[in-house]
Design a protein around this ligand. Structure first.
Ligand code: HEM
Length: 448
């Protein structure tokens, strides 16, 4: 980790193994392991392979770290692997490249863009539910990943891809997102061995890049007709640049496109999958969601304008983001000697934070393991205790996009369908960059 020692007491979490450290525990039982960490104190040390990671368990220290993005820059095992996948895009880029990129990407997330994005989201969700049959059992993860990736492709390109290309992009993205986390837990030299898994990962990455490069070339020639994310990025203007070339080069646009796909699709799918799981376990909540949504929509299609009326879907989404924050484990590197709480940290220290660990603290959320959307009745999430999208300058740029997509998709699904569990078993999370409920299947009942 670092050459100088950490000063102050940072206990090492129990259960470390030679070579793997806590990697195995984290992979086998991420929820149990993370929930156990606050008992050690405000900071605790874990080991991922050869690397020590200082986890922040106190919400105030987590926020302090996130707000000082110059001292605590993107780095550590998660970001090293993610950088291999999406280059120096907005999620992964270091502090020195960040402000310019954020300024150039921000127009894509302005209010005026949302009616078109939400149209794509609702159209995709409507297409999905119209393919369902009464009584059918679906693989929830697969359905939700396809839903969010398709919606993202639509919102990104503002055009229909051919069915074949659409399927190919969804497949490649699934392999690419799955690979990042697996690679984070294994030593880098193993990732270079041409195993079937590594070959599949490299192939998916290369094909994804080629698809995006093609889309950029054709869209540069025809900017006027589209208002998708891609066109907004291609026409971004740098008010601080003085001369002519595009503010984001084609390579930079390609990195941002991959970044948005990788950061936005599986995360939102993960949120929706756990939401459906919890709704299946709480039929009364599901019925209230259905009744409130039907009432609010009054026969209309969900839309951007109707969002304020969809209060039940909004609360269910907020609660699911608390219980199952999709970006569950993220890392930083200290760029200089510093102090966090009572502890001195030398430059080079790797730190980690987990929204999951904060959101399940019983001192912040009474009965934290209970799915209870009513806890948000008349209450706004607290910015220190509720961090599904991070905080500070590196906070998720797609937070509204994601929350709105989840709310609208849920509204479309809850209006016409009931979700029923097919087993009492609690699904184990599949450890990826996000934590999907492994093997979750549910029966769909059409509402008359
Ligand atoms: C439920 C869905 C989502 C969750 C839970 C989520 C969560 C997060 C979190 C926690 C961060 C901060 C990472 C850190 O502190 O290291 C982040 C950053 C980011 N997210 Fe999201 N995200 C979601 C959806 C999206 C979507 C839909 C997009 C794009 C359309 C997106 C694009 C980004 C980008 C570009 C960043 C980097 C921002 C920056 O550093 O300036 N995310 N996200």
């Amino acid at each position: 980790m670092s050459r100088t020692a950490i000063t102050g007491v940072v206990p090492l979490a129990k259960g470390t193994l030679p070579v793997l450290g806590h990697g195995l525990l984290l992979a086998r039982d991420p929820f149990g392991f993370l929930s156990s960490l606050p008992a050690y104190g405000d900071l605790v040390r874990i080991r991922l392979g050869p690397q020590d990671v200082i986890m922040t368990c106190a919400p105030e220290l987590t926020r302090a770290m996130l707000l000082d993005d110059r001292t605590y820059d993107k780095g550590g095992p998660f970001y090293e692997r993610a950088r291999e996948a999406s280059g120096d895009g907005l999620v992964t880029c270091p502090h020195r490249l960040h402000r310019r990129q954020r300024r150039l990407c921000q127009p894509a997330f302005q209010q005026v863009r949302f009616p078109a994005y939400t149209e794509a989201m609702v159209a995709t969700a409507t297409e999905l539910v119209s393919s369902w049959r009464d009584g059918e059992v679906v693989d929830v993860n697969e359905a939700m990943v396809t839903l969010t990736m398709r919606a993202m492709v639509k919102a990104m390109f503002a055009t229909q891809l051919s069915a074949e290309l659409d399927r190919q992009v969804v497949d490649d993205l699934t392999i690419a997102t799955g690979g990042i986390f697996r690679r984070m837990l294994t030593p880098p030299r193993l990732n270079r061995i041409p195993t079937p898994d590594n070959r599949r990962y490299n192939h998916a990455q290369a094909r994804l890049r080629a698809t995006v490069a093609d889309a950029i070339t054709s869209r540069r020639a025809d900017l006027a007709d589209h208002d998708g994310l891609l066109s907004v990025l291609l026409s971004a203007e740098d008010s601080e640049a003085t001369d002519g070339p595009p503010a984001l080069s084609d390579t930079e646009v390609a990195e941002q496109v991959l970044t948005f796909f990788l950061a936005g699709a599986e995360t939102t799918a993960n949120l929706l999958a756990w939401t459906l799981y919890e709704l299946g376990r709480a039929p009364a909540v599901q019925e209230r969601l259905h009744a409130q949504t039907v009432n609010a929509l009054g026969g209309r299609r969900p839309s951007f304008g109707l969002l304020p009326a969809l209060t039940a879907a909004d609360q269910v989404t907020t609660e699911a983001l608390r219980m199952y924050p999709p970006a569950w484990f993220l890392t930083r590197t200290a760029t200089r000697d510093t102090r966090l709480g009572d502890v001195r940290l030398p430059a080079g220290t790797t730190l980690g934070y987990s929204a999951y660990l904060i959101h399940r603290r019983p001192d912040l959320y009474p009965d934290p393991d209970r799915f209870h959307p009513d806890r948000w009745e008349g209450r706004k999430p607290d910015r220190t205790a509720y961090i599904p999208f991070g905080a500070g300058a590196r906070k998720c740029i797609g937070d509204r996009f994601a929350h709105i997509q989840a709310t609208l998709s849920l509204a479309v699904m809850a209006t016409g369908w009931q979700f029923v569990p097919v087993t009492d078993r609690t699904p184990r999370p599949a450890v990826h960059a996000t934590l999907m409920p492994r093997g979750l299947q549910m029966r769909l009942l059409a509402r008359t």
